[in-house]
Design a protein. Structure first.
Length: 451
């Protein structure tokens, strides 16, 4: 037998062995679950069942096969044609096949000795293992508020952080996810007139079904005094379904939390049919030494006035005016998170470089409001000063959109999920000496800084 035949022969043998050896939980399935599923499917996380052990996973084998084959799970919406993301949990086709084969074979356990070591998840259900925890404000979410609407409110609490601190990750955790639509936080320099633990909101003009009238269109609730978040750098991070922590360590960056700064919670609760009290917490990890780079979180919106932003009834593909910003500093773009409401259909982020080149950074062709995902850029995108960021989006106000509560009305910009939003979030890393407020200028739309 010459050398080549030998190799051929051996590889045929190896393939035959792989095909014969049964797919088991410990050997084949658990590594996939650890990498792609356990971040949500473990106790204390958003998924309703745990995939840590064979016993808790086995009953779900058939449902898992369906969920991965239809790409319902894991939730991931980025068009693979554009960009690479370090938190991409999408399964490869051979992994989908492995789960399918395992389910078809009756979900065999196999030998526990074949299992990879358990993943050491942070304790107490945190995503990050916080060095510091700040308690947020308590809010009673009534079972049945008027029109079923609870307006967003802003509540300030003291941070208790008494020296300048570089934070390297942040996680926001509601105590009652069932009523929590979102929680976003601002870091506000302390002022002596601050009123702690006092909710501030604006009652917006609404019709009987709770729809804001056109004159109420605008973001972040007209009528909220800007002083609530004055002096802050805008939203620093949010809890939304599918996302609650952000880790700046990946990009060797941090945020400066100045001594004595207060934390403003912007909370949006939705009733769940019984009186429920939520009390969120924020966890931070802290840098041992001063980092060289600052992590800056930015959000902005398309034009939001009732003339620019009015989605006609039964329009299945309405294009909103784009949101556009120019970079005033050299930066590295590291993270993106499209935000729209139930009629949101797609969103695309594009850069136009000063040399005329264009690049699509992220395309989410089938946006799903139930999943507010953040996309972590695998290799930071170098953005020279003068580059323009353009974000475009479409909305589906037709009856084909199964989440559309009413295709027969004109939909304006607003805070509630049955109103609409076009609000791209993104983050950049800049030199530590750059003032976060001078990174971009919004040229079309609205800066999403304060209230
Ligand atoms: C980002 C969080 C997240 C990740 C990652 C995730 N899941 Fe889920 N999963 C959920 C949540 C939340 C639900 C319950 C709500 C729902 O069905 O959408 C769920 C539901 C399911 C269901 C029940 C589906 C049904 O139709 O009832 C299955 C099966 C499932 N997940 C399997 C997986 C598998 C397998 C993976 C990894 C390959 C995975 N999930 C990754 C959050 C996640």
């Amino acid at each position: 037998m010459d050398k080549r035949t030998g190799i051929l022969f051996l590889s045929v043998l190896a393939t035959a062995a792989a095909a014969d050896s049964p797919v088991t939980f410990h050997k084949d399935v658990l590594p996939i679950l650890q990498k792609n599923c356990q971040s949500c499917h473990r106790p204390g996380q958003i998924a309703p069942m745990s995939f840590l052990t064979y016993e808790s996973t086995r009953p779900w084998a058939k449902a898992m096969k369906t969920a991965v084959a239809t790409k319902k799970m894991p939730p991931w919406f980025a068009d693979p044609q554009f960009g690479h993301f370090s938190n991409d949990r999408a399964l490869k086709s051979n992994e989908i096949e492995t789960i399918a084969k395992w389910a078809d074979a009756g979900a065999p356990e196999g030998n526990a000795k074949d299992a990879p070591p358990q993943v050491k998840w942070p304790a107490d259900g945190w995503d990050i293992q916080p060095d510091l925890v700040v308690k947020g404000p308590e809010t009673l979410v009534p079972a049945k508020p008027k029109n079923n609407v609870i307006e967003w409110s802003f509540i300030t609490v003291p941070s208790g952080i008494t020296k300048d601190t570089w934070i390297t990750s942040m996680e926001i955790r509601p105590s009652e996810p069932s009523v929590t639509h979102h929680i976003c936080v601002y870091f506000k320099p302390h002022t002596d007139d601050v009123k702690y633990n006092t909710p501030v909101w604006a009652d917006r003009p609404r019709d009987d079904q709770g729809n804001a009238l056109p004159e109420a269109a605008g973001i972040n609730g007209k009528g909220i005094p800007p002083s609530i978040t004055a002096g802050s750098n805008g939203i620093e991070g949010c809890y939304v379904p599918g996302q609650r922590s952000q880790d700046y360590r990946i990009y060797k960056a941090a945020k400066l939390f100045k001594a004595g700064t207060d934390i403003v919670f912007q909370v949006h609760y939705t009733p769940n049919g019984k009186d429920t009290t939520d009390r969120p917490q924020i966890g931070f990890t802290v840098a041992k030494e001063q980092p060289q780079r600052t992590y800056v979180s930015i959000g902005f919106s398309s034009p939001s006035d009732a003339k620019s932003f009015a989605i006609p009834p039964n329009d299945g593909n309405w294009e909103s005016p784009p949101a556009e910003a120019t970079f005033l500093q050299d930066a590295e773009l590291v993270w993106m998170s499209p935000h729209m409401h139930v009629r949101g259909k797609d969103m695309t982020y594009k850069l136009l470089y000063p040399d005329g080149r264009t690049e699509t950074l992220l395309n989410v062709p089938r946006y799903d409001f139930n999943w507010q995902l953040g996309y972590e850029v695998a290799t930071p995108i170098k953005v020279p000063k003068g580059t323009k960021l353009t974000v475009t989006a479409h909305f589906d106000n037709s009856a084909n959109n199964k989440f559309n509560p009413d295709p027969n009305r004109t939909v304006y910009y607003g805070d509630m999920t049955w109103e609409e939003m076009m609000f791209p979030f993104f983050s950049v890393v800049v030199d530590k000496d750059v003032n976060p407020r001078t990174v971009i200028r919004v040229v079309r739309g609205r800066a999403g800084g304060g209230a």
